[in-house]
Write a protein that binds this ligand. Structure first.
Ligand SMILES: Cc1ncc(C[n+]2csc(CCOP(=O)(O)OP(=O)(O)O)c2C)c(N)n1
Ligand SMILES: [Mg+2]
Length: 337
């Protein structure tokens, strides 16, 4: 059903569809592998998987250009892979090893890449939102046309600091896209139980920020909305809100028994709305790819993910002396000063 809808709406090329298929599948398989390594005791601490939400970040990234920034919460592995960070470095950080993006000292929720303009990975709900506006402020100040994608959840959307940020972002016309990843739950609390007005995309209205609701299980719909929001920000018209309706298949974190929803609810979403299956359908029915082509892609992705897991197991534990590094900021390189 949904696949047919997106097929009608888009004139997307086969190459693009294949790229989205690959990017979403990489996130899905990476997260499945992370879940396995967690079960084997190789990953410690918190670990929040992104399975089910892949179309959100892949669709948003489809409209990004070099120089754009992104910042998100603790559910961050998909964001890192979608902006081109190396799966090996991400997986090795999950296992707490030297080869990880934070040299094994950060773990799942605390990874950064200045090269890919990825600013974390934040464990405090909503904390990344004012930081995202700050990143956008830096671009506005420097006079370039970069935008910042600032992701947060439906639960975070009820926090006070979000609205202080909306006010400043609108007042200063900051080039920031506030992406509300509405996966319908904040830990075990459904949006219905926690939120007085269900339409989170209208939350910017009081500040004069335009907003839109987007089908987050449909990567093409997300891409289209992202292009619109990005064009708005690059044109200097200030911030934009996108409420992207999505769904997480796994528990809130690896330690969540998920008793607050039925198995049927999750299964129905998987069967009827899965973002990867939708693109797979488009590729096959549009004869852009054969079953064999897709099998070959699956095999490639599995190899990349297995390689990342091997690296994450073999990379050494950080040396004790690392306890004393990365504590204070070093002098900034001139272009960032
Ligand atoms: C300030 C703060 N309060 C509470 C928590 C505990 N906590 C962690 S995640 C979470 C739910 C957030 O849900 P949502 O924003 O919808 O994001 P999702 O996990 O669904 O991606 C809560 C309450 C926290 N980490 N920080
Ligand atoms: Mg949520």
């Amino acid at each position: 059903m949904a696949a047919k809808k997106s097929q009608k709406k888009s004139n997307v090329s086969a190459e693009e569809l294949l790229e989205y298929y690959r990017d979403m599948l990489l996130i899905r398989r990476f997260e499945e592998k992370a879940g396995q390594l967690y079960g084997m005791g190789l990953i410690g601490g918190f670990c929040h998987l992104y399975i089910g939400q892949e179309a959100v970040v892949v669709g948003l990234e489809a409209a990004a250009k070099e120089g754009d920034k992104r910042i998100t919460s603790y559910r961050d592995h998909g964001h890192m892979l979608a902006c081109g960070m190396d799966p090996k470095g991400v997986m090795a950080e999950l296992t707490g090893r030297e080869g990880g993006y934070s040299k094994g000292k950060g773990g799942s929720m605390h990874m950064f890449s200045s090269e890919k303009h990825f600013y974390g990975g934040h464990g405090i709900v909503g904390a990344q939102v004012p930081l995202g506006a700050g990143l956008a402020f830096s671009d506005k100040y420097k006079g370039n046309d970069n935008v910042t994608f600032t992701y947060f959840g439906d639960g975070a959307a009820n926090q006070g600091q979000i609205y202080e940020t909306f006010n400043m972002a609108a007042l200063w016309d900051l080039p920031v896209i506030f992406v509300i990843e509405n996966n319908q739950y904040a830990m075990g609390t459904s949006q219905k139980r926690s939120t007085s007005t269900p339409d989170l995309y209208t939350r910017g209205e009081a500040f004069g920020i335009p907003g839109e609701i987007v089908d987050g299980m449909n990567v093409l719909a997300v891409k289209e909305a992202s292009e619109k929001a990005v064009a708005h920000c690059r044109a200097g018209k200030g911030p934009y809100v996108l409420e992207v309706k999505t769904y997480r298949y796994r528990g809130h974190s690896m330690s969540d028994p998920a008793k607050y929803r039925t198995r049927d609810e999750v299964q129905k979403m998987r069967d009827e709305r899965d973002p990867i299956e939708q693109v797979r359908d488009l590729l096959l029915t549009g004869k852009h790819a054969s079953e064999d082509d897709l099998k070959a892609i699956d095999k490639d992705i599995k190899a990349v993910v297995n390689e990342s897991a091997e690296f994450a197991k073999e990379s050494p534990e950080p040396d004790l002396s690392e306890l004393w590094t990365d504590i204070y900021a070093e002098e900034l390189p001139q272009e960032n000063a």
